[in-house]
Ligand binder design. Structure first.
Ligand SMILES: [Fe+2]
Length: 195
């Protein structure tokens, strides 16, 4: 079993430089590589008493690497074919508006989570398919705090590597604005429909 690195065609973005995207894609590549490395090696290492500890530690890191791969695939797909029109109607728009009272109330909460939770991680908009509920939530690193069994609709990378070439940590709100200025809502709507 081997995971393939996906290719993304991300054009010029507003407020996020090409250099940032190029460097960030290299980090994504590392998550795919390490997901495959653990799948290939951990099973053998854990069988042998001499290498069991190393195998066990690799196994512990699997969800970090795997979710790092998946989180970035959603993030970069949301930035492909950047859509400056935003979202003004449709099923996802209505569901968000219904849940939070208005679309802007959702956006405000999502952005506040992004700028106020400290440390590396992600802000996610999820759909809970058992109830249909939408939820905003924070994920530490790539994997800690992922809500079990929910589908990700919007994934915003808040690791400093996402913006440090363009903004200082104190300016991360500008990066969040840039993410939403470029977000292709058609991709999010597809994720919502398939959730
Ligand atoms: Fe990242």
């Amino acid at each position: 079993m081997k995971y393939e690195e996906k290719k993304f065609s991300i054009g010029k973005l507003e407020g996020i430089s090409e250099k940032t995207i190029t460097e960030h894609l290299k980090l994504y590549s590392g998550y795919v590589k390490h997901t495959n490395l653990i799948l290939e090696k951990a099973g053998d290492l854990i069988k042998n008493p001499d290498t069991q500890y190393a195998g066990a530690e690799m196994q512990r890191r699997f969800s970090f690497e795997f979710n790092g791969m998946r989180n970035h695939e959603i993030y970069f797909s949301l930035l492909e074919n950047s859509n400056k029109d935003g979202i003004k109607e449709g099923k996802l728009f209505s569901e968000i508006s219904k849940t939070w009272g208005s679309f802007d109330a959702w956006l405000e909460n999502f952005k506040k989570i992004a700028v106020s939770v400290r440390g590396p991680g992600w802000v996610m908009l999820y759909r809970d398919k058992t109830t249909g509920n939408l939820l905003n939530s924070w994920v530490d690193e790539q994997h800690l705090g992922i809500l079990n069994g929910l589908d990700v609709i919007v994934a915003l990378d808040m690791w400093e590597h996402s913006y440090y070439l363009d903004y200082t940590p104190a300016e991360k709100g500008k990066y969040v604005e840039a993410f939403f200025a470029n977000l292709n809502w058609t991709v999010a709507e597809k994720l919502f429909e398939n959730a």
